[in-house]
Ligand binder design. Structure first.
Ligand code: CS2
Ligand code: MG
Length: 402
């Protein structure tokens, strides 16, 4: 089953996506997401210039060997660009394997470990009133787990809240917007937000919050402790995670569950966090952490240490990644929860998929492979448009984590 053609498809239906399409001599094709928000063309070039020539003629069945060939063979290992490129190849080969086996990918990953996948939705608002209204709306749609983000009094902007009403899409076309960040108003405000939401929606609803990498370990410890009365499902990315040992201080001071990992490029980025049981959920995902083959290894390590999966699922991860993540979620034993941020109608028209949302849960579908297809002709009508994520500065002008 030789690979005879590989295409790197860049399009922008509502936002930018990079999709890898691998085709075999038998006419079977597989898709892989290769989207790295704000740096899309770097991955597209890495694939086109360096990976595609290596794939032509290879046996599409040798998934692990191809992974190792691209990882060790590159000599220069890891990093978001490399691991996103490898992830897209790995995902496409699993898609082909499923189609050739006439089986959904979750079946190849060990079969279903549950009937469906618990997901969480995004509720955001300019203030607690609007956020509470958004939570109520998601409840009506059947969500039993909801991430709440709100505008903070005294801060012009904050993560997760759109500048104007409508869809939240952080990557803006043109050059990066610069936001001003101050930690104190945020630390004072967030517990009050969750005090209100718990009072209004009761003890059952799973509530999540994303601190989006902006705190120091001691600030994160303080926030975690002040949120304990509201028993969050998780507090996400409290601090930048390069220094894994810095989570020890957080762990020492709070029992609020911690979720980390959406920016991780592989197992080495989270080995200490998992082995020292400094986190409760690992958010590494298919597209940025080396594909299904590597994500399974991260999950296996996590299982040893009571850490569950909580895969990243924002809209800058394409429906191809979402499909692959749901196959992973349905089969992996230590599954925790899956992020669900619905894509725009434009995106949904370009990427047709078998996965479905029902009553706060999702299922990848039983179509052979991943169950997702890209309409290349339609995609071609949405040319790439450079876009950047915002940059944060503290009020003295110092660059800060966004
Ligand atoms: C966020 C993301 O969904 C999340 O948890 O952290 O929206 C993140 O900001 C984007 O994926 C960045 O590209
Ligand atoms: Mg996040």
């Amino acid at each position: 089953m030789r690979i005879t053609d590989v295409r790197v498809i860049v399009c922008s239906p509502g936002r930018n996506f990079v999709t890898l399409k691998i085709v075999t001599e038998d006419g079977v094709h597989g898709l892989g997401d290769a989207t790295l928000n704000g740096r899309e063309l770097a991955v597209a070039a890495y694939l086109t210039e360096h990976v595609v020539p290596l794939l032509i003629g290879r046996d599409a069945r040798r998934i692990e060997d191809t992974w190792q060939f691209l990882y060790k063979g590159a000599y220069w290992r890891r990093g978001p660009v490399t691991m996103t490129a490898i992830a897209s190849v790995d995902t496409a080969l699993w898609d082909i394997r499923g189609k050739v086996s006439n089986a959904p990918v979750y079946d190849l990953l060990g079969g279903a470990s549950r009937e469906s996948v618990l997901v969480y939705g995004h509720a955001n608002g300019a203030d607690p009133e609007e956020t509470a209204t958004a939570v109520a709306r998601l409840r009506e749609q059947g969500y039993t787990a909801i991430r709440a983000q709100s505008g903070v009094p005294g801060l012009e902007s904050t993560y997760g809240v759109p500048a104007s009403r409508g869809r939240y899409e952080p990557a803006g076309r043109g050059l990066p917007i610069e936001h001003v960040w101050r930690t104190e108003p945020y630390l004072d405000f967030v517990p009050a937000l969750f005090e209100r939401l718990r009072r209004e929606f009761g003890p059952e609803l799973h509530l999540l919050h994303d601190a989006h990498h902006r705190l120091t370990p001691i600030e994160a410890a303080r926030l975690g402790r002040s949120l304990e009365p509201y028993h969050l499902f998780w507090l996400e990315d409290p601090v930048p995670a390069e220094a894994q040992e810095s989570f020890e201080l957080i762990r020492r001071h709070t029992t609020t569950p911690i979720a980390v990992g959406e920016v991780f490029d592989g197992i080495h980025a989270c080995q200490q966090l998992i082995e020292r049981e400094l986190i409760d959920y690992i958010r590494a995902t298919v597209v940025h952490a080396g594909g299904l083959s590597h994500l399974r290894k991260i999950a296996a390590l996590a299982e040893l240490h009571h850490v569950k999966t909580g895969c990243h699922g924002a809209t800058d991860l394409s429906p191809v990644c979402m499909a692959a993540a749901l196959h992973f979620d349905l089969s992996v034993h230590n599954f925790g929860i899956q992020e669900h941020m619905p894509h725009s109608e434009e995106t949904e028209r370009v990427f047709r998929h078998a996965y479905e949302f029902r009553d706060g849960r999702m299922h990848p579908g039983d179509a052979p492979g991943l169950g997702v297809e890209i309409d290349e002709a339609l995609a071609a009508q949405y040319p790439y448009q450079r876009a950047y994520l915002p940059v944060n500065r503290r009020d003295d002008g110092t660059v800060h984590d966004w």
